[in-house]
Ligand binder design. Structure first.
Ligand SMILES: Cc1cc2nc3c(=O)[nH]c(=O)nc-3n(C[C@H](O)[C@H](O)[C@H](O)COP(=O)(O)OP(=O)(O)OC[C@H]3O[C@@H](n4cnc5c(N)ncnc54)[C@H](O)[C@@H]3O)c2cc1C
Length: 487
């Protein structure tokens, strides 16, 4: 899709926003605008203060759904590109402002927890409510959202819905698509759509999915209602097993899941990946991590099935406390983001990830194919300090593979993405598609997996482009995200 081109000057866009929302809701300081032009895909250049792309005209902070509607109406009328954002943890370029004089519409001041309903088991929040804030609030009432992405301390509900995020306990609770009951979103032109909260319905296609995973390219999510569950950590049982082959670990997960068990956590780490988490016990092998959770009877039955499964398989057992302690330090807050930035600057090195999904029968083969291709054909393989993967979310029919790669950067900061990140990402995406899997399991397409979006969807791709044409006919929503940007 071709990007919109506004006839308005930068200053008149800022003036219009100030008129609509008031000066306190309009940010135009240079450094804030520069930082708003990228996300964590460009974390290395950003750490060096390099921002080469178009810098947005302003960041605006709507306070209400009506504010969002007014901004989106103005944007469509004047062909101004809008980049929605909330927690700013995006990793795939979804927050990049690739069109001149874009407006970054930041929902983080719309952060109210509107209601918590312990009878109908749902919570309604504005898009800028932090997941951690919501989780802490409901836990005080003995409840949980069941959603726990590693970015929980920073991510907010609008972004979590817009990216189709998933949490560490997904095998039991599901991804965000299983957790959203209803939502409110504003579409280009300012049209507000409220999708009501019902347990289930057969009233046509599930329209929640127009917003869930739309990555700011179709609408702005203003309000979200999510399910709640009983929080019963006293029943949790933690398991760790060391196994010789990655394929054996995958097979153990497959057997457990397809037999009908739903451990909340269900993971296997390749040796290279295990080294960075479990250096004290992995001994160069693969590590399986499982957590049985829920009402006591169910948690105990799941734990019993896990014990039986591994009794029949060669393994070394890891103490429960070691796995529990690991979980307690897994999430990323601002402290870890800051430490990573300091490390990148001090040592010219970083780590990135690419996550895909695939059927059970092809998971181990895909893992081997990616490892083989990167080691054999990536010209800078010698700069890799770590290359591995883990499976962390499993389903009846298959699993995800989360590839992780760390490297030393032996080039200028500006060259890093082209010489390292893009070719590594491309190999993983290509191999996932070749294996019949999906090129993206949970981070979203952003701007950097768009070259493969037509391959990803095949003969169904026109459904997606038709949605874009229908809801954003003037191409003002997050240009270049999900849909490749045409020059
Ligand atoms: C350290 C780290 C760990 C992570 N771990 C996980 C993980 O375990 N699981 C997982 O799924 N992801 C993970 N992520 C990715 C990221 O946290 C998720 O994609 C998260 O859902 C983004 O939420 P956010 O509020 O930060 O959104 P943002 O970063 O602000 O935005 C993300 C995308 O959503 C769009 N968007 C934001 N708000 C809105 C809105 N209100 N309406 C419409 N579109 C909007 C943006 O345009 C952008 O395309 C991780 C990221 C980091 C940095």
């Amino acid at each position: 899709m071709a990007p919109s081109r506004s006839p308005l000057s930068r200053q008149s866009i800022v003036d219009a926003m100030t008129g609509l929302l008031g000066p306190a809701a309009v940010e135009t300081r240079d450094e804030q605008l520069r930082q708003a032009s990228v996300d964590r895909f460009r974390k290395y250049t950003a750490a060096h203060g390099i921002y080469d792309g178009p810098i947005p005209a302003a960041i605006v902070y709507p306070g209400t759904t009506a504010d969002v509607a007014a901004v989106l109406r103005f944007a469509q009328d004047n062909l101004v590109n809008v980049v929605p954002r909330t927690g700013r943890t995006a990793t795939e370029g979804g927050l990049e402002t690739v069109v001149e004089d874009s407006l970054v519409v930041d929902g983080s001041r719309m952060n109210a927890i509107i209601s918590i309903d312990p009878v109908d088991m749902m919570a309604t929040v504005q898009c800028g409510a932090g997941l951690q804030q919501l989780e802490d609030t409901v836990r005080a009432q003995g409840l949980t959202t069941g959603h726990s992405p590693q970015s929980k301390p920073l991510a907010q509900l609008g972004g979590l819905v817009a990216t189709r995020s998933i949490g560490q306990f997904s095998t039991l609770y599901g991804g965000i698509e299983d957790l959203v009951v209803g939502l409110e979103a504003v579409f280009p032109g300012g049209q507000v759509a409220r999708i009501k909260n019902v347990p289930r319905r057969a009233a046509g296609p599930d329209i929640r999915h127009i917003a869930i995973g739309s990555e700011g390219a179709l609408c702005f999510v203003t309000e979200v209602t999510v399910k709640l569950f009983r929080y019963q950590p006293e029943n949790n049982r933690y398991f760790g097993f060391v196994v010789e082959e990655f394929a054996a670990g995958i097979d153990a997960l497959r057997e457990l899941i397809t037999a009908g068990y739903r451990p909340s956590v269900c993971r296997v780490y390749s040796p290279e990946d295990a080294r960075q988490h479990f250096a004290d016990f992995y001994q160069g092998q693969n590590v399986v991590v499982l957590v049985a959770e829920g009402p006591k009877g169910i948690a105990d039955a799941t734990a019993e099935a896990i014990e039986e499964l591994f009794a029949a398989r060669p393994h070394r057992r890891v103490g429960e406390e070691r796995i529990r302690a690991w979980f307690e330090n897994l999430n990323w807050g601002q402290d870890k983001i800051d430490a990573e930035q300091a490390d990148m600057l001090a040592h010219a090195r970083l780590g990135y990830t690419t996550e895909i999904s695939v059927d059970w029968s092809r998971a181990a083969g895909l893992f081997a194919a990616v490892m083989g291709r990167i080691r054999g054909e990536f010209p800078r393989a010698g700069d890799l300090t770590m290359l591995g993967a883990h499976s962390s979310h499993s389903y009846q029919t298959g699993t995800n593979l989360y590839f992780v790669y760390d490297y030393e950067i032996r080039c200028s900061p500006r060259e890093e993405i082209e010489l390292y990140h893009k070719p590594l990402n491309a190999i993983i995406v290509e191999e996932a598609l070749r294996a019949g899997g999906s090129m993206v399991h949970h981070h979203g397409i952003g701007k950097y997996r768009t070259p493969w979006v037509a391959d990803e969807h095949g003969s169904a791709y026109w459904l997606l482009t038709t949605l874009k044409q229908a809801f954003d006919p003037h191409g003002v929503m997050n240009a270049g995200t999900i849909f490749p940007l045409k020059p």
